[in-house]
Design a protein around this ligand. Structure first.
Ligand code: 1HN
Length: 363
């Protein structure tokens, strides 16, 4: 791309480069690497549960929750991203620790968030006032611009995975944030949230409900805000039983539209039975995997990453990915796929044969 013609260091050309720089202009011919043949800006990376859990617990002992910090959250900071607190160019991943008796106060922001519960139970997340209890394996949504706060009235700490589209929203320069009232919101613990009472009966929806015309985000995200582990587990078991296959995946869907849970993010649960290795797939757009149950390994662009419950890893855009289970395994997955689809950028490719394993990142 850079040709000798442009590297002639006559005073005229030197002068041109100096004037271009002074005018805040850059010639394209000095920018090799801008157009890569395929996406290649990020390597895969894994964070281990033992490290995450220990450091979350220590943070719980040493660092309180107050208005300044708001949340006790440890973000997955990808070493390829120069110190940014981001897991990929578009996705935020983190562990959040909420100790017994603690409250993470109300706020809202344009980045959309999901919580996937890893350990403990008894926390209530209020989403626009609707109280959602949280237990291991549950997926809880806080869509863009919804008020949310977390209460732990119990005696046990709780740890969950936070997934957000924050880096994407930041790169679109569309971050808005508003703190809530200083007063904690009262709530009535109920067996099922309003959202689940209305929207969790498969195939049946309240007739004639309208989107809120005042709210630009209304109707764009799922109105069902909690997806319970027993339902997901049962759906995966039925799929495996019905298809006779050694692996199955479910997508968490908006029950009204069938689309993804939120406009920018997709969430799925993948089950791989012991001894099976899945086909190798590449997808444009990045994702974060959270091992919920079992053990095994994922091969990403020829590197094998072994994992057990609680480990979290990133699959970069267009990386070749397949999973093999040692014990029956359930992998939670969250990606930016709907954003790429909405923009006409989505691509996926199933490899004709499985990729070779070149290195083993045992850990
Ligand atoms: C946030 O609001 C939460 O509400 C968690 O639990 C993680 C990361 C970045 C920005 C906002 C929460 C977050 C976050």
């Amino acid at each position: 791309m850079v040709t000798a013609r442009f590297h002639d260091d006559t005073p005229d050309v030197d002068g041109l480069y100096a004037d271009l720089a002074a005018a805040d202009l850059q010639p394209l011919w000095t920018q090799p690497g801008l157009l890569t043949r395929t996406p290649d800006r990020l390597r895969p990376h894994i964070w281990r549960w033992k490290t995450l859990r220990d450091l979350a617990e220590r943070s719980g002992d040493l660092v309180g929750i107050d208005r300044g910090g708001d949340r006790r959250v440890l973000s997955l900071s990808h070493p390829d991203l120069g110190g940014l607190p981001f897991a990929t160019y578009t996705l935020w991943g983190a562990v959040q620790f909420l100790g017994a008796g603690e409250l993470a106060p109300a706020h809202r922001h344009t980045p959309a968030a999901l919580r996937f519960v890893l350990e403990g139970s008894g926390v209530w997340t209020l989403v626009n006032g609707d109280a959602l209890h949280m237990a291991p394996g549950d997926l809880i949504l806080t869509p863009s611009w919804t008020w949310h706060e977390h209460h732990n009235p119990g005696t046990e700490p709780m740890i969950w995975f936070d997934g957000l589209d924050l880096p994407l929203v930041q790169s679109l320069d569309a971050i808005f944030f508003e703190p809530g009232s200083e007063e904690p919101t009262g709530y009535e613990p109920a067996q099922a949230s309003r959202s689940e009472q209305l929207y969790s009966e498969a195939g049946l929806l309240p007739a004639g409900e309208q989107a809120d015309v005042e709210d630009p985000a209304s109707g764009r995200s799922s109105r069902l805000l909690a997806y319970r582990w027993p339902s997901v587990d049962a759906a995966l078991s039925r799929l495996i039983e019905t298809t006779g296959q050694p692996a199955a995946s479910v997508r968490y869907a908006d029950p009204v539209t069938g689309r993804d849970i939120m406009p920018t993010v997709r969430a799925e649960m993948h089950r791989v039975l012991a001894g099976h290795r899945t086909a190798t797939v590449r997808t444009a757009g990045s994702g974060i995997w959270v091992v919920y149950r079992g053990s095994g390994a994922t091969v990403i662009d020829g590197r094998r990453f072994r994992w057990t419950a609680g480990d979290m890893f990133v699959t970069p855009s267009w990386a070749a990915v397949d999973h093999e289970a040692t014990d029956d395994a359930d992998l939670f997955y969250f990606s930016d796929a709907p954003a790429l689809e909405a923009l006409g950028l989505a691509r996926t490719e199933k490899a004709r044969q499985r990729q070779d394993v070149l290195t083993d990142d045992a850990g």
